[in-house]
Design a protein around this ligand. Sequence first.
Ligand code: HPA
Length: 275
Amino acid sequence: MVRILTQSMVQEAAAFIKEKTSVKPEIGLILGSGLGILAELIEDAAAIPYEEIPHFPISTVEGHVGELLIGNIQGRPVVMMKGRFHMYEGYGPEVTAFPVRVMKEIGVQKMLVTNAAGGVNTNYNAGDLMIISDHLNLTGRNPLVGPNESAFGVRFPDMSEAYSERLRKLAKTTAEAQGFNIQEGVYAGLLGPNYETPAEIVMLRRLGADAVGMSTVAEVIVARHTGIEVLGISCITNMAAGILDQPLSHDEVMETAEQVKGKFLGLVMALIPYM
Ligand code: HPA
């Protein structure tokens, strides 16, 4: 069932948020597993629990307070989603879409999305970072299904440069300046929640994927629909199923994300002033 999210619902949410802070965010941050600590680096942060924001989805994951943080990082006004919505949790794609639309309504022009992903490209290693050059939406879902709100964007949006070339170049030169090699490749977004079978990974490689994960594509489709410039970075937390002779686990994903956190955070902090 598609829940129709209208422009007036987005405007109500945005009006509520604008009352809570004088900061006018330009950059939206949606951060994947392991990067939550960036929240602590936001200065003058206003924290707004999702449940207080009109029409906002509510996190169902136990022990997770979903909140929007608005403040400054490196002198740039940002809004960060602390807690993100995955379709495998049962949310419709239009729910995943809603916070991105609200971000746009409060002034966001650029978005940084990060995620944990499995390495499909056999030249990759766990612990690598990958600039997302493009994606394959293999979730079988699309957040733009339903009547098009022309105030948000056009019916048939262009996706030929979903991930900004300018921001990809910036990420590459920033990583190099920090002394590490960063991969660049295609992210395949699947619905999940199970990890893939080895046969599915062979298929994904033949389709042109370099990494695989369970987030990001719906958020990026909505961001592009509404004219936000996007940078995506994956943390390769594990090699995908069947590449190494070992089963995958969420613990391994979290462990690698933890190990790479410093490098990831350093890169993001260095990028934000130039985004
Ligand atoms: N597959 C899908 N999603 C993931 C993986 C994976 O191997 N690792 C981290 N997120």
